[in-house]
Design a protein around this ligand. Structure first.
Ligand SMILES: O=C(CO)[C@H](O)[C@H](O)COP(=O)(O)O
Length: 221
């Protein structure tokens, strides 16, 4: 059984007619968009906003109606994956490089449902290097600041070239070791000029985590 798909399909059960839905990014979020797309084909009426160009394109393929931010009054629910989840529901996100748009959409949603398989559960965040979106200007200075905070900040590369986000920024993957205080680190990172956003999503913003297991069961946090 595909555990990511299981979690995604469980989350999509929460989506009802008339809702505005935030679409996440990544392989688990893709399962959710697939499931929503099938429901839309079967008559579900929703509007959506996407956290990446990739998710927007997928939604368009299914005929999911996309709403412009200028017309948006409310996002009822956002469904998105994560790279790590701690027992309180704090997250590391950004493995797919979409963390800035994901965080804006998640933090402006009434409900934020996180979908993961059980491999994403950790006792303490930090094994997965924390993605930090940085503006390209004077990036070496920003990297120095990130290293001063105790990380090994490395600019992400893809196919031998710098990975560029949908916002024309770069991603610094920052290993901090175990992150004992995600709240404090989030604040420290956001104080660095040049940092656009970091991949720490704090538990207070997470409504529910749905965990899929390969044995076909789901669990909730
Ligand atoms: O934050 C993300 C993209 O920026 C993803 O949600 C995260 O990387 C999890 O990806 P996947 O569902 O493919 O395991």
């Amino acid at each position: 059984m595909n555990a990511k798909r299981l979690a995604a399909e469980k989350a999509v059960e929460y989506v009802k007619n008339g809702m505005v839905v935030g679409l996440g990014t990544g392989s688990t979020a893709t399962w959710a968009i697939n499931a929503l797309g099938e429901k839309v084909k079967a008559g579900l009426e929703i509007q959506a906003i996407a956290s990446s160009v990739a998710s927007e394109n997928l939604a368009k393929q299914y005929g999911i109606s996309l709403i412009d931010f200028s017309e948006l009054n409310i996002i009822h629910v956002t469904i998105d994956g994560a790279d790590e989840v701690d027992p309180k529901g704090n997250l590391i996100k950004g493995g797919g490089g979409a963390l800035l748009r994901e965080k804006i959409i998640a933090y402006n949603s009434k409900e934020f449902i996180v979908i993961v398989d059980d491999t994403k559960l950790v006792n303490t965040l930090g094994k997965f290097p924390l993605p930090v979106e940085v503006v390209p200007f004077a990036v070496d200075l920003t990297l120095k600041q990130l290293r001063n905070l105790g990380s090994t900040a490395i600019i992400r590369k893809k196919d031998g070239k710098e990975f560029v986000t949908d916002n024309a920024n770069l991603i610094a993957d920052c290993s901090f070791g175990e992150i004992q205080d995600p709240d404090k680190l989030n604040t420290s990172l956001l104080l660095i000029p040049g940092v656009a956003e970091c991949g720490l999503f704090l538990h207070s913003k997470v409504s529910q985590v749905i965990i899929g297991y390969t044995d076909g069961t789901v669990d909730f946090l």
